[in-house]
Ligand binder design. Structure first.
Ligand code: AMP
Ligand code: MN
Ligand code: MN
Length: 343
């Protein structure tokens, strides 16, 4: 099945192809605490560029979560020396963010690069830190960055090998919450269908197992502990959970193990906004926002210099857990009262 590519995406793909010429050294990177879309998009592009005789490496600000190890080709991930790889690259490709500040410690290395900075992304938020110049493939209406990497490859008739198809499928699967969230568009289902039905022999069950059913025991025990902190305010439709400050260390867990926990408070009947609070290693407090219906998570996250999408957004704030919680909860209640259910 062929999926038509919008003309502006074809133009973006051609501009990107013009800087990705054989022999060039390319550094691929994504946001801190990479998710399946960031890693899947990087890995797919790594294979696509290697097949075109470029020299790509992945260099991320934080380690790739172990649940995605099955995707990453041996030797491709140089996140241990990411700043050096970025500085040495002829072209930097930033995936799944348009905001320089989401690159953590790598922001300064990307700012210093000599060559063009390609950006492929689907976030709606206005960037606070602008990326250096270069060709863009940005479409907030895309379900996942992996959908845009699919468009890039398709527009340029670059072959979707089984490794590319698998990585793109993981990006789409994880960013749509396994085809459940509001961003599960007819088009992204067509793209998934092309990936599964394209003769590459993808096995959705084994991908599901690798991504969602290979959890370390600590992830489940951590989930149990975080869910114990649940607070619900049914009158406004708000629910939140808090990660106890030492919980990750006690369960031998990483931030990736928290992925999806905020779906539990969101799944309570009548809840329109769910929050997860946790302390980051740098002492700041990270808030994840998830909403339903007409509640705009991104608008709320913007109040705290964060960003994301309408139904899923995040922000990181200065202050103690208690004071940040109070500020964010007050804003959340105000937001929910101004936006009654069904309005
Ligand atoms: P998370 O809550 O970390 O799963 O993130 C949900 C969405 O919000 C993702 O699309 C992120 O890219 C975005 N996001 C998370 N944290 C931030 C932040 N500090 N600033 C801007 N966007 C964020
Ligand atoms: Mn992401
Ligand atoms: Mn994404």
């Amino acid at each position: 099945m062929t999926v038509p590519i919008p003309p502006d995406r074809v133009r973006g793909a051609q501009e990107i192809a013009a800087v990705l010429t054989p022999g060039r050294k390319v550094a691929l990177t994504t946001h801190v605490n990479a998710d399946g879309d960031g890693v899947g998009s990087e890995v797919a592009l790594w294979h696509l560029l290697t097949a075109r005789r470029l020299a790509p490496v992945i260099g991320n600000p934080t380690p790739i979560p172990s649940r995605f190890d099955f995707l990453v080709p041996s030797g491709a991930d140089r996140s241990d020396r990411a700043a050096k790889e970025i500085e040495a690259a002829d072209v930097v490709v930033v995936l799944d963010i348009s905001d320089l500040s989401r690159l953590g410690d790598l922001a300064s290395a990307v700012k210093k690069t000599r060559g063009p900075t390609v950006c492929i992304d689907h976030h709606v938020s206005p960037p606070r830190g602008a990326m250096p110049g270069g060709p863009r493939l940005i479409a907030p209406e895309a379900s996942a960055t992996a959908e845009l990497v699919f468009d890039l490859a398709t527009a340029l008739t670059w072959e979707l090998t089984p490794e590319v198809a698998r990585a793109l499928y993981v990006g789409i699967l994880t960013d749509t919450g396994a085809f459940r969230f509001a961003n599960t568009t007819p088009r992204v289902l067509q793209v998934a269908s092309a990936l599964l039905g394209g003769g590459q022999g993808l096995d959705p069950e084994s991908i599901y197992e690798s991504v969602y059913a290979s959890a370390p025991e600590g992830r489940i025990r951590l989930t149990a502990e975080v869910l114990q902190t649940l607070v619900v305010e049914p009158d406004v439709g708000l629910a939140w959970v808090t990660v106890p400050p030492d919980a990750l260390a006690r369960h031998g867990a990483t931030p990736d193990d928290l992925d999806g926990i905020v779906e539990f408070p969101r799944s309570i009947a009548g809840v329109r906004l769910a929050l997860l609070f946790r302390q980051l290693a740098n002492g700041r407090i990270k808030v994840s926002f998830r909403s339903l219906g007409n509640v705009d998570s991104a608008a709320l996250a913007h109040e705290f210099a964060g960003g994301g999408h309408r139904k899923a957004a995040g922000a990181s704030l200065e202050g103690s857990l208690a004071t940040v919680q109070q500020r964010v909860l007050d804003a959340a209640r105000r937001h929910l009262r101004l936006q009654p259910a069904g309005s």
